[in-house]
Design a protein around this ligand. Structure first.
Ligand SMILES: Cc1cc2nc3c(=O)[nH]c(=O)nc-3n(C[C@H](O)[C@H](O)[C@H](O)COP(=O)(O)O)c2cc1C
Length: 391
């Protein structure tokens, strides 16, 4: 196994290993990709303040998320199709997260099913729900997450309709992948290692849906199943319905506007994820780091008197422990990562996801120390260069 010192190294390995259409699916944003690029760019522009002569013995980056202790305040965010980037990908990623001591969120659109991941892990993971037009099937997904002892439900709200991703359109990537197209065949044939690897598993469809949703027996019938569409009519009342169905910790993901965050706080959800879906949905929306301080304020002010309010988490564009520290310094309690763990998975399977988490943990601890901190609670805006951050 090659040693990857940074997430960029994992990205390059993933690019070499994956058929082009699947690599493009990960490494793309919507329309002009302005938001996709801005997410990381804006984080890079924030400077850090170096401190010296601070006793740095006994450093640690442990924290909590939803009241559970975590090895660092970073979780693997939900990502559809992970089991296409590496055979049984979601199982490997969930095991890597469990071993490392951070949460793993399984997507509705995963290849391995809720039951597959539950059977392979010993600790609870999180389930991410897309509320589909078929309300009965959505309720059954919630029930299956409960049966699998998932400890939190993440409801993703920023995808009522799919943002236009030109690379996917050009590559013909949709639920009905046309394998016989010459371009697709060429792409697959030029990645024999990936093809052979995928032959080792029988999990190649959407595990939560095929064989579970009414009338969906395989990938060909899935393409005709209109009820798979996320419900574009989803309202705050529907979110209350999900809350009541689930009854456990509910996380709302994909909030950017302070009005929406205040509303979520009023409803008493457990956490909100400030996210623009990694720049894959509304292009030209701001970088998440730029909306974070106002989001934190909205979560606090929206909460009923006497309540702590939801935890504020953030994702999109986070590529290092330094980025995590900047988000924490601006008020986030934790960060989610998407592409970084997918690059690790595509590059080296479970070992690649573990390597990704190591890179984040080492970077976070080292950066915190060079800024004069020895624990997560020491991180704050005083570690950032004034005038270079939105706070
Ligand atoms: C390939 C890919 C698939 C994704 N699938 C989902 C999904 O099924 N559900 C979801 O809530 N978010 C999904 N996301 C968004 C991620 O959860 C997360 O918000 C985003 O990737 C964070 O940005 P980053 O990739 O820059 O870290 C996906 C992202 C990528 C890159």
């Amino acid at each position: 196994m090659s040693f990857a010192p940074s997430i960029e190294d994992l990205r390059q390995l993933a690019q070499a290993r994956l058929p082009r259409m699947f690599y493009d699916y990960i490494d793309s944003g919507s329309w002009t990709e302005r938001t996709y690029q801005a997410n990381s760019q804006r984080l890079r522009e924030i400077g850090l303040r170096q401190r010296v002569a601070v006793n740095l013995e006994g450093r640690q980056i442990r924290s909590t998320m939803l009241g559970q202790e975590v090895a660092m305040p970073v979780a693997l965010g939900p990502a559809g199709l992970a089991g296409i980037f590496h055979p049984d990908g979601e199982i490997h990623a969930a095991c890597a997260a469990e071993q490392f001591g951070v949460p793993f969120a399984l997507s509705t659109m995963s290849i391995c099913s809720i039951e597959d991941v539950a059977a392979a892990t010993t600790k609870p993971f999180w389930f991410q729900l897309y509320l589909l037009r078929d309300r009965g099937f959505s309720a059954s997904l919630i029930e299956r997450a409960r049966a699998a002892r998932c400890s939190a439900l993440i409801l993703t709200l920023d995808t009522p309709l799919l943002g236009r991703r030109y690379k996917d359109v050009r590559n013909g990537l949709s639920t009905s992948l046309q394998l016989w197209r010459p371009r697709v065949m060429m792409d697959l044939m030029s990645h024999p290692f990936w093809c052979l690897n995928m032959l080792r598993t029988s999990r190649r469809g959407f595990g939560n849906i095929i064989g579970h949703a009414p009338g969906v027996k395989d990938l060909s019938t899935l393409a005709d199943w209109k009820n798979l569409e996320v419900d574009p009519g989803l309202s705050w009342e529907d979110i209350e319905w999900v809350m009541a169905q689930w009854g456990g910790p509910l996380v709302l993901k994909g909030l950017m506007d302070p009005r929406d965050i205040a509303q979520a706080a009023r409803m008493g959800v457990s956490a909100v994820v400030i996210s623009n879906h990694g720049g894959r949905q509304l292009d030209a929306s701001p970088a998440t780091v730029d909306v974070l301080p106002r989001a934190v304020e909205a979560a606090r002010s929206g909460s009923p008197a006497g309540h702590d309010g939801p935890e504020v988490w953030v994702d999109s564009g986070i590529r290092s422990g330094q980025d995590v520290l900047k988000m924490l310094a601006l008020g986030a309690q934790a960060a989610l990562i998407g592409r970084p763990w997918l690059y690790g998975l595509a590059a080296q399977g479970r070992a690649g996801v573990e390597r990704c988490l190591q890179i984040f943990a080492e970077d976070l601890e080292l950066t915190m120390a060079l800024c004069g901190g020895t624990a997560i609670r020491d991180i704050g805006p005083h570690m950032l260069v004034p005038d270079e951050h939105p706070g």
